[in-house]
Design a protein around this ligand. Structure first.
Ligand code: HEC
Length: 84
């Protein structure tokens, strides 16, 4: 019985995974953190609007206001630098 359940889950996994992708949920965690944290005070900034070094300073400044820990800031910075 457990085996049958396992087989069903394994065979459904790619379909569910694909659904997530279509729903746009296949984001990196840096992107997710950026989207969830950086639009509480203004609209979400355009990643292309700043240079790599500007993003370091901006995420430190605004991430600091949110009390985001360094690791979270680093993930957001890495995401922004990868798409700007
Ligand atoms: C606590 C509120 C607040 C949060 C949260 C916040 N911002 Fe801002 N942001 C501001 C304000 C206010 C401005 C307008 C400029 C100013 O007066 O400092 C601004 C402006 C900006 C600008 C325009 C450039 C500038 O400095 O004028 C960028 C880019 C930006 N924010 C990025 C971010 C990012 C990235 C995050 C997430 C880490 C974030 N902000 C989160 C308040 C916030």
């Amino acid at each position: 019985m457990n085996r049958v359940v396992a087989i069903i889950i394994i065979s459904l996994a790619p379909i569910i995974g694909c659904g997530w992708q279509m729903a746009g949920i296949d984001m990196t965690s840096g992107e997710r953190l950026f989207r969830s944290n950086c639009r509480s005070c203004h609209t979400l900034p355009n990643p292309k609007s700043q240079t790599d070094s500007d993003w370091v300073a901006l995420v430190k400044r605004y991430g600091g206001r949110l009390d985001l820990v360094t690791e979270v800031q680093a993930e957001i910075i890495a995401y922004l630098q990868s798409v700007n």
